[in-house]
Design a protein around this ligand. Structure first.
Ligand SMILES: *Cc1c(COP(=O)(O)O)cnc(C)c1O
Length: 233
């Protein structure tokens, strides 16, 4: 069953390896988050059995349901969706990584929940590098201040900012896509001088992961390329 999933995963891995070699990057530094939203737990199980451990979901309830159906598997759950404050308690319970954090009130709530679970929550800060109005995320000019505020107090002991996340504009124009990825990398590079642990770059989806790898992505969030077109619910 679902043999195409295995074929897709392996061909994707081969492709990523080739791109990494071509641009002189270590293949091992590039993580695939298989974005399983709208697909079933059985799809996830099939890929897990082939060694895929990281899965991405964008709705809290869907992640909870799948978590419960797959409890016995040692999956790394990545929450990649828009965050609703009233769902944070569920997200923090289950997610190993949250990619889409950017509002201070979300960060406060994540801290509160992580503390009560005695957990260190790994997060990415989402940056809206392209400046599109419909997009979530911090303005590039806001990143420094937010991080400084988080780091300077000891309020946020249960939050670990491991990197930055962005979504490229939806366009066929490679130059535009590349610029948004390289802008995110530059923000990360600047932060590195003060914050060595903020090093990961979550960027690249099915239609732009090649460019993302060339621009330094360390976490690719890939759905369609592995699962096929999503059935809309
Ligand atoms: C759905 C989604 C993806 C994966 O998109 P594909 O184009 O199917 O690879 C990646 N990141 C986020 C935030 C998403 O919501």
């Amino acid at each position: 069953m679902n043999n195409y999933l295995i074929d897709n995963l392996y061909s994707l891995k081969n492709e990523i390896r080739e791109i990494a070699v071509k641009c002189g990057r270590d293949y091992e530094s590039i993580n695939i988050v298989a974005v399983s939203k709208n697909f079933s737990s059985e799809h996830i199980r099939t890929l897990y059995e082939c060694g895929q451990k990281s899965f991405g979901e964008n709705r809290a309830q869907e992640m909870i349901d799948k978590y419960n159906e797959l409890k016995e598997l040692d999956i790394d759950w990545h929450f990649i969706g828009r965050i609703q404050t009233n769902k944070i308690k569920y997200i923090v319970q289950l997610a190993d990584y949250i990619h889409s954090v950017w509002r201070l009130k979300e960060i406060d709530e994540i801290q509160k929940r992580a503390e009560s679970l005695n957990k260190i929550q790994k997060i990415f800060l989402e940056v809206n590098v392209s400046g599109e109005e419909t997009k979530a995320g911090l303005k590039p000019s806001e990143v420094d201040d937010l991080i400084a505020n988080i780091v300077k107090t000891d309020t946020y002991q249960n939050i670990e900012i491991i990197g930055l996340m962005t979504m490229a504009p939806y366009t066929d124009d490679e130059t535009v896509i590349r610029r948004s990825f390289s802008d995110l990398r530059k923000i990360r590079d600047k932060l590195q001088s003060s914050y060595k642990t903020i090093k990961e770059l979550s960027m690249g989806m099915s239609n732009d992961y090649k460019i993302a790898i060339e621009e330094g992505a360390t976490y690719l969030r890939i759905g369609t390329r592995i699962f096929g077109e999503r059935p809309y619910k």
